[in-house]
Write a protein that binds this ligand. Sequence first.
Ligand code: HEC
Ligand code: HEC
Ligand code: HEC
Ligand code: HEC
Ligand code: HEC
Ligand code: HEC
Ligand code: HEC
Length: 318
Amino acid sequence: MNKSLSFLIVAFTLTLWVNAQDDRQEIINDIKPLNKACFDCHGQQYYTYTNENTGREVKKEMCESYLLNDSLYYQSNHFSFACVDCHSGEYDSYPHPPAARQEQLYTCTDCHGFTETDQKYQFSKIEDAYYESVHYKLEGDNFSCWDCHDPHSYVVKARRTSDIKEIISYNNAQCLECHANEDKFKLLTGEKMNVLEQHEWLPNQQAHFNSVRCIECHTAVDEELLIAHQVMPADSAVRNCVECHSQNSLLLSTLYKHQVKENRKQNGFYNGVILNDSYVIGASRNNTLNKISIALFILTLGGILIHAVLRIILIKKQ
Ligand code: HEC
Ligand code: HEC
Ligand code: HEC
Ligand code: HEC
Ligand code: HEC
Ligand code: HEC
Ligand code: HEC
């Protein structure tokens, strides 16, 4: 390609990106003052308020579960929201009036499912899968989408990042938030459980938990969804090593699904998927690997052809 043309394209893309960042920053600047009072208390360990009866200033410690991180908030999907877009306007006053606590919180599909972007994310299919999940079946209305998608920090990862490790650690943290947090788990079930102990059968557990997500083993494989949402009971979890440690690894339709799809778009078919104990998948951008796998592909096709021709000849001879 012409050098100056490619320079122009790069410059144009950069401008778009910078503009998008500017737009985002502008929205944040508009919304910040609206949320300031809330973050003054909910964004720091100690908060102060004036006691209406005594007129005195009181300093108190914010309980940890009500503490929010403002920088994560403004990086999240819902960065453009005022707190009171989701929460009752009654929270504007403190002490919060009892009526505020009666608020009915929105679910995801109250707002999503109507636009083209929402179609892309398949909200209604995800909801159907969730209703079949063990969390809904065991916990019913005590559990909701918000339990895995923190309303104040959730971001889209798997679809946007090519860094597999980052996806794994983010997605696993979504589960470990409860399953490795005994207090939070106890709040829901009355029992304490740390799930790490239930996985001692897995050799080198730490290496596995850094290389695969919980949902690889615990959700029913879903051909349509990028992120399968039907978490199954523990007794149907994947235990069989070969499901991952083989050529047609389950990981291709789970963890590497997005990469596989993108790769197909670019190359016409998926190439260079090699999976064994030591080298688990490089959604291969490696050119040599690419060529080898294409060669293999052609050889295989050739093999099938020769085989077919031979069979036809043999059948005719009989
Ligand atoms: C002066 C400090 C202060 C301010 C300002 C403040 N909060 Fe709170 N908020 C608290 C404290 C303390 C609690 C926990 C104890 C309680 O409910 O009084 C709380 C609890 C909450 C809860 C949880 C209620 C429950 O029981 O589940 C929500 C939701 C909430 N605040 C939202 C907001 C929003 C939204 C704003 C801004 C419009 C806001 N707060 C402003 C101190 C504050
Ligand atoms: C996109 C909607 C949404 C926005 C925006 C939002 N919240 Fe929430 N918030 C929720 C939901 C839903 C819950 C209940 C979470 C649950 O049940 O697990 C909640 C819970 C809370 C709680 C109780 C503690 C907790 O984490 O469960 C506090 C405190 C709170 N929000 C404060 C705020 C403040 C302050 C802001 C603005 C900085 C804010 N929220 C913005 C949806 C939202
Ligand atoms: C009160 C309405 C509301 C609720 C509740 C809500 N969202 Fe959103 N969400 C929005 C709006 C508005 C945007 C920003 C505009 C857009 O991109 O669609 C957004 C953005 C997003 C995005 C980013 C879209 C993109 O590609 O940029 C995702 C993903 C998302 N929401 C998922 C969820 C999930 C999951 C839940 C429930 C756990 C949820 N939302 C709850 C209104 C809401
Ligand atoms: C048991 C935990 C869990 C529950 C419950 C849950 N999700 Fe998710 N969800 C995840 C994980 C993990 C991801 C992957 C996040 C990422 O990497 O972007 C995800 C991703 C998503 C995405 C983005 C999918 C994509 O294609 O990029 C949407 C939209 C979504 N969830 C909606 C929902 C809705 C709606 C509900 C409730 C009906 C729900 N989720 C309940 C764990 C959960
Ligand atoms: C908000 C807390 C919370 C989050 C987040 C959460 N879970 Fe759970 N999970 C529970 C509770 C509570 C149960 C039900 C335990 C019971 O009643 O025995 C459960 C049950 C399960 C079970 C079934 C166990 C059995 O005995 O059959 C599996 C598997 C599971 N969760 C996996 C996951 C995975 C994978 C994720 C992340 C995608 C996740 N959980 C996220 C709280 C959570
Ligand atoms: C390699 C597959 C695999 C991975 C990865 C995996 N699990 Fe499991 N998990 C299993 C199997 C198999 C069982 C059943 C163990 C048994 O019954 O002895 C199980 C059991 C469980 C249970 C039920 C524990 C009980 O006895 O009640 C929960 C909850 C759970 N896992 C959550 C998780 C979470 C959270 C993660 C991610 C940090 C995770 N798992 C990662 C395969 C896996
Ligand atoms: C959910 C998919 C999955 C399952 C199930 C699974 N593995 Fe793995 N395993 C992986 C991945 C991914 C790696 C990481 C490879 C790497 O990055 O080097 C790995 C790594 C390993 C390693 C090398 C660990 C190291 O020190 O680097 C061994 C050994 C191994 N697995 C054995 C097993 C055995 C035995 C089982 C069955 C009990 C099993 N795996 C089940 C996906 C899986």
